[in-house]
Design a protein around this ligand. Sequence first.
Ligand code: ADP
Length: 262
Amino acid sequence: TDIDSQKRNAALLEQRIAERTAKLQQTVQELEGFSYSLSHDMRAPLRAMRSYAEIAQRECSHNQDALACDYLGRIIESAQRLDHLILDSLNYSQILRDELPVRTVELAGLLRGIIDSNPNLEPPAAEIRVAFKQLLVRGNEAALTQCFSNLLDNAAKFTAPNTKPRVNIRAQELTAQALLAEKQGPPKTVRVWVEDNGIGIPKDSQEMIFGMFQRMHPEQAYPGTGIGLAIVKKAVERMGGKVGVESEVNRGSRFWVELPAG
Ligand code: ADP
């Protein structure tokens, strides 16, 4: 009958869609694996180029060939930049690919750990204050470490010349109004603010900076790859949270990360 043949057609179609989706997923996985190993394997020859340039630079400083020394210096700098770019791309693709199992994480301790292991974030280079003793969130510890390291590195980096970075990290508990209205018994949300005294971000760029390779400040004054905030956004979203920023040029920036309370 007509109905039988319609059912058969529908089933056939369903099967074809399933087959194609599986094929597509396999292709995506292969591409991801390919670009991951490509990025990874590019680091070894790059390291060799940099090492030889460094040796040649030492040689030419004996010969006092200023121009050659300058060129070699530029080669070394470019190699360093490319290495950062590769490392950041690897981190980004890892955040896309890895499972991010979540558990309860204590954030004050995690932040102290990040600060204590980076001299750029400690006095006398910078003053970073964590305004809470204990804060439990649900998240993936490695991804949270990566996110807050990126935010703190930026807070310490994007300051005006001769200005010591002062950063305040504070927490705010939120109960999502929208969820309350729907009576879903919402999990409480925590918003963590990272407030700096830096150069600020123009209003019209504040959304863009969370995209890949988006940078608002010149490479010479503020080196970077433009991947840090893309990692933060992707990781936080994969953990069920949100990120954003409030800022005014020359008046500092306030980045926020929202996560489920632990
Ligand atoms: P990177 O730091 O490598 O440039 P990010 O993705 O971390 O890349 O940041 C993207 C851009 O956003 C930066 O180049 C800068 O223009 C802007 N930005 C990020 N954090 C801050 C901050 N705390 N203050 C001012 N500008 C910032």
